[in-house]
Design a protein around this ligand. Structure first.
Ligand code: ZN
Length: 290
């Protein structure tokens, strides 16, 4: 069951659904114009958000931004024909590659078998589209490089491509007056390589960009809004593990024991997983030195 909440007076979001991989959808409501953040993983995902907002007296969006090309953020775009769609140039290029693909069970299974699709997405697509797999991939109308700023009337949004390991085309939305940074999936690992991974350089480059925004609330699309302090803790963990990965050349045991020594406690499950992803990233770039 999805719910909608507001943060401040200009921003609404709908909670995610992990089973079908529905991400959080956002809506920035200006005095003159409305910007939707991400189109959802299906038309029904996009439309339920609009319906719930209509009940709160909020009109349909004038613009919709796609944060990156992954299916769960773009398959709903065909339901948003009245909105002007926007993405980075790179996102549009990646979506173009999806246009010729079939999304039947057979086609998905075949792509998973040959390694061009991952089981995680294939199974979520099958769960989201159980009856009608009427997927109509739509390309965004307007594309940009680096960043653009939108004045929606009383509220300004900066749409900036930040990249990162999860998707090189990742764009974040900074809602200036509300000090909200919509991160989408950008700080997650790369899930499209044979082994899920973080890289040292990718992580540092991304965090350097994210830390230039003065935000109080951060939104992770498959999680929940987090505070500035929680974001700082997450960023510190990623930086520390990146440093140790470099120092110990991807040696899992040495990275873990040094991190435990610094923290003065055993690693949490999340930290263990993060170390594994960094080790995978190191091996991907430099080979297995363990
Ligand atoms: Zn993603």
């Amino acid at each position: 069951m999805q719910s909608i909440y507001n943060i401040g007076s200009r921003f609404w979001y709908m909670t995610p659904v992990s089973e079908t991989d529905r991400p959080i959808l956002g809506m920035v409501v200006g005095e003159d114009r409305i910007l939707m953040i991400d189109a959802g993983n299906s038309e029904s995902h996009a439309l339920i958000f609009l319906e719930m907002l209509t009940e709160k007296g909020i009109s349909n969006p004038d613009f919709v931004l796609l944060t990156h090309w992954h299916w769960d953020h773009i398959f709903g775009l065909s339901a948003l024909g009245d909105a002007f769609s926007i993405s980075s140039e790179q996102t549009k290029d990646e979506i173009k590659k999806l246009l010729p693909l079939s999304w039947s069970d057979e086609a998905l299974n075949q792509r998973v078998a040959e390694g061009t699709e991952i089981e995680f997405c294939s199974s979520a697509i099958k769960k989201e589209f159980q009856e009608h797999r009427d997927i109509k991939i739509t390309l965004p109308l307007l594309t940009f490089e680096d960043k653009i700023e939108m004045d929606l009337g009383g509220v300004t949004c900066i749409l900036q491509q930040v990249g990162g390991d999860h998707a090189a085309d990742s764009v974040v939305v900074y809602v200036k007056e509300e000090k909200i940074l919509f991160l989408a999936d950008c700080i997650y690992a790369d899930i499209f390589s044979p082994k899920w991974n973080f890289t040292v350089d990718g992580t540092r480059g991304l965090l350097d960009k994210l830390e230039t925004f003065d935000a109080e609330t951060y939104i992770l699309s498959h999680g929940k809004p987090i505070s500035r302090e929680e974001f700082r803790n997450e960023a510190n963990m990623l930086r520390t593990i990146a440093d140790l990965t470099e120092k110990y050349e991807g040696n899992m045991a040495r990275i873990s024991s040094e991190y435990e020594k610094q923290a003065g406690r055993v690693l949490t499950e999340d930290e263990i997983e993060t170390v594994e992803y960094f080790v995978n990233g190191y091996e991907m770039n430099y080979g297995n030195k363990g």
